[in-house]
Ligand binder design. Structure first.
Ligand code: MG
Length: 494
């Protein structure tokens, strides 16, 4: 499909300067890979995508590399999105949907291959500092999925101290009995903090960053893969003293500015150790803004809706890639690309062998290197949400939604001071949007383009036969099961 896609037509990857230069030569040396993955950051939350909070490091990084304007995730929710990024597969293929809670007895299967495991083939040092959220019992933790080092929260920072039921239960014993344990912090596969307090949440961005910088220093002489899935900007929001009140835009702006600082520290470490031209740095997010939190949520800018929906505001991410000397400075890629493309792209760059099983992503190095006429490798992209609902199918220009129900604020304002406003349900019909001319998905043009509707319906049939669809009650044949906690397995206890 890659060759077919490359031969389709003219290049939409427009360097801000020119497209006639010779593409940069592929690196003679496999690069280090750094993936910075933000939680619940909206499309318009950082300067390069129109954000208002000060993000000088990300602004500079965008100028030094490539900005991806149509980079999507397969599902607008934490665990599903992480599973897709790390395996190069639709989350439905690897059996991980939604967001795993502290009561989850599943996780990413050891039959899957993560980017970290791919990198281990080539002798890379690997580390994950941040929110894992692919199973919290020892058999699912990063150390079992190709990472040499791990430090962070096993799942979201609101699980469950923010849950209303948690606050109502007077004692920890009672909370545990009812299934609401405190939030633990993990190093390796051990709990090092039994209950992460608010003061400690305020230090998470700093702690992840310090570990990332130390990891770069310690591995400056050998190739490495560093994965930094920040806990912020997911609610409840916390910021360290050094950034409190600094953005002038409230707590959310402060938190974004601290994330920007973190990026600056990581880039500074790379520069200090002479690794700039040997390191591909990727910055993106797992899903769009959690809009019900209002002033504690980000913004999807011109895009419709946010987290928890298949609208563009849920799935399209603010994405930057930087690799001086290899990725042209100041360029923009408007082609449809995704987190599922990162694993095959890394495999190509470092010469690793792809997994034997089916993966869904494609190598996007032609786009990354501004190869003339390079096009999106995706003929169709499948958007699943709410368990196994195939809610929409996309291609480069068009997006077809299938009849489904979704949560929306319905034009009402979001919450204040960290409390959410209630969502209401809305129903979507069979609706076609021309994203090239209507990125906000405002005008249903299905009636005017029956040929496009028919083509995307056909693509949806392929998706249903492969990965199933609970909306049409179709069983898929290509989905693999998640990992399951077995009797006798070690449990994470805290
Ligand atoms: Mg998230």
């Amino acid at each position: 499909m890659q060759n077919l896609a490359l031969g389709l037509g003219c290049c939409l990857v427009l360097a801000s300067t020119t497209t006639t230069q010779t593409p940069p030569a592929p690196t003679p040396q496999p690069p280090n890979i750094v993936v910075i993955f933000i939680d619940d950051m909206g499309y318009a939350d950082i300067g390069p995508f129109g954000g208002k909070a000060p993000t000088p490091n990300l602004d500079r990084r965008a100028a030094e590399g490539m900005r991806f304007t149509d980079f999507v995730v397969p599902s607008a929710v934490c665990s599903a999105s992480r599973a897709a990024l790390l395996t190069g597969c639709y989350h439905r293929r690897v059996g991980i949907s939604g967001a795993l809670g502290p009561d989850a007895k599943i996780g990413l299967s050891d039959g899957e291959v993560t980017i970290a495991q791919l990198c281990k083939q080539k002798g890379y040092a690997t580390a994950c500092f941040g929110k894992w959220h692919l199973g919290h019992h020892p058999r699912f933790l990063p150390l079992q999925r190709g990472f040499d080092e791990y430090f962070g929260l096993p799942y979201s920072n609101d699980m469950w101290p923010l849950h209303p039921a948690y606050a109502k239960l007077p004692t920890e014993a009672e909370r545990r009995k009812q299934g609401y344990p405190p939030l633990p912090l993990i190093e390796g596969d051990q709990v090092v903090d039994h209950e992460v307090t608010a003061d400690e949440q305020a230090m998470l961005t700093t702690w992840y960053t310090e570990r990332a910088v130390s990891f770069i220093e310690r591995h400056r002489e050998r190739p490495f893969f560093l994965y930094v899935p920040h806990s912020m900007v997911h609610v409840p929001l916390f910021v360290s003293e050094k950034f409190r009140g600094k953005s002038g835009l409230g707590l959310f702006g402060d938190v974004v500015t601290e994330i920007d600082w973190s990026v600056g520290e990581i880039l500074g470490a790379l520069r200090q150790h002479g690794l700039d031209e040997r390191t591909l740095v990727i910055f993106t997010s797992d899903n769009g803004p959690w809009l019900s939190y209002g002033e504690h949520a980000g913004s999807a800018g011109p895009l419709r809706e946010g987290k928890g929906t298949a609208w563009e505001g849920g799935i399209r991410m603010p994405t930057l890639m930087r690799w001086p000397g290899h990725v042209r400075a100041g360029t923009e890629c408007k082609e449809l690309t995704s987190t599922i493309d990162l694993l095959p792209t890394v495999a190509k760059l470092i010469g690793a062998k792809l997994p034997d099983h089916t993966i869904d992503g494609h190598d996007i190095t032609p786009l990354l290197f501004s190869v003339e006429n390079a096009r999106s490798p995706h003929e169709a992209f499948w958007c699943y949400y709410a368990g196994g609902q195939l809610q929409a199918v996309r291609d480069r220009r068009w997006k077809l939604h299938f009849p489904h129900r979704y949560a929306t604020l319905g034009g009402k304002p979001g919450g204040r001071d960290g409390s959410p406003a209630p969502y209401v349900n809305a129903d979507c019909g069979l609706e076609l949007y021309d994203l090239e001319h209507d990125v906000g998905e405002t005008e249903n043009v299905a009636g005017a383009h029956p040929d496009v509707v028919a083509r995307l319906q056909q693509a949806a049939e392929q998706a249903r036969a492969d990965l199933g669809d609970t909306l049409t009650k179709t069983e898929g044949k290509g989905a693999r099961p998640p990992g399951k906690l077995q009797e006798g397995d070690a449990r994470l206890e805290w």
